[in-house]
Ligand binder design. Structure first.
Ligand code: NAD
Length: 262
């Protein structure tokens, strides 16, 4: 029996990478899905209709820009109207920029703060009344091991990911008596387009080859010497949605190959 049959999930940034895998795993568990993110319209339609066909659920797509609070509220309203509410919210949309602090562009700082941190405040604020009304909800923030530790050249990303762990704790307390949990997952490196894009940038910044970036930068702190897999992050999201996780709230769960143990 599908774990989440009849529930509805909104996954921000679900047209690629981790979010795409999370949306599929939740659909497999019977959730109706609101997809969100950017990308090629035809490819997104293939993804949306594919979820409906394969899992027998209803899937919608919103191109809401996570920098725009009004667009976020409109996306949640659409999910409430067309899919009957948002029971599971996965704040996943995120971007990265790599540069030393004294060269870090102001507009990149602002965009990373807006997408990786502030959007989660706006989505939570928009879904919380509906979750309270139903007396059930699951909020899962895809943070990062960079919510727990820092790496050079990532001032905005590390600040935003540390911030989202603070948001996770407060939301967990504010909604605790409403049957709503809020947790964060802190993955190490997952080989998605976001990471692929960093490889040439890091090679340039560190003055090393792309192969060396993988070995000496990306997997340096993974004790297990392998990337984290999207499907494993998605499986943890499904666990956090299960009844067995009902008393887990306000926590940051690393899935980082042993990075934060060091
Ligand atoms: P990705 O680049 O593959 O996907 C990012 C998604 O966010 C895409 O769907 C994109 O369209 C969407 N997006 C970007 N800007 C947006 C905006 N303004 N409005 C709406 N959607 C927007 O990246 P990913 O690696 O799958 O990362 C997903 C999340 O996981 C991010 O929050 C990232 O920080 C986090 N994370 C990734 C890794 C990793 O190694 N890949 C590790 C830890 C945490």
């Amino acid at each position: 029996m599908a774990l989440l049959k009849g529930k509805t999930a909104l996954v921000t940034g679900s047209t690629s990478g981790i979010g795409q895998g999370v949306a599929e795993a939740l659909a497999r568990e019977g959730c109706h899905i609101m997809l969100n993110g950017f990308g090629d319209a035809a490819a997104i339609e293939v993804q949306r209709s594919g979820l409906e066909k394969q899992y027998g659920i209803k899937a919608l797509y919103s191109g809401a820009d996570m920098r725009n609070p009004a667009a976020i509220h409109a996306m949640v309203e659409e999910a409430e109207k067309q899919l009957g509410g948002v029971d599971v919210l996965v704040n996943n949309a995120g971007i990265q920029h790599v540069a030393p602090v004294d060269e870090f562009p102001e507009e990149k700082w602002d965009a990373i703060m807006a997408i990786n941190l502030s959007s989660a405040f706006h989505t939570v604020k928009a879904v919380a009344p509906g979750m309270r009304q139903k007396g059930w909800g699951r909020i899962i923030n895809i943070a990062s091991v960079h919510g727990l530790v820092a790496s050079a050249y990532k001032v905005a990303y590390v600040a935003a990911k540390h911030g989202i762990l603070g948001l996770t704790k407060v939301v967990a307390l504010d909604l605790a008596e409403a049957g709503v949990t809020c947790n964060a997952i802190c993955p190490g490196y997952v080989r998605t387009p976001l990471v692929e894009k960093q490889i040439p940038d890091q090679a340039k910044t560190h003055g090393i080859s792309e192969a060396e970036v993988i070995e000496k930068v990306l997997l340096k702190n993974h004790a297990v010497k392998q990337f984290v897999e999207v499907a494993d992050v998605a499986a943890l999201v499904c666990f956090l949605c299960s009844d067995a996780a009902k008393t887990m709230t306000g926590v940051a769960l690393p899935m980082d190959g042993g990075w934060s143990a060091q």
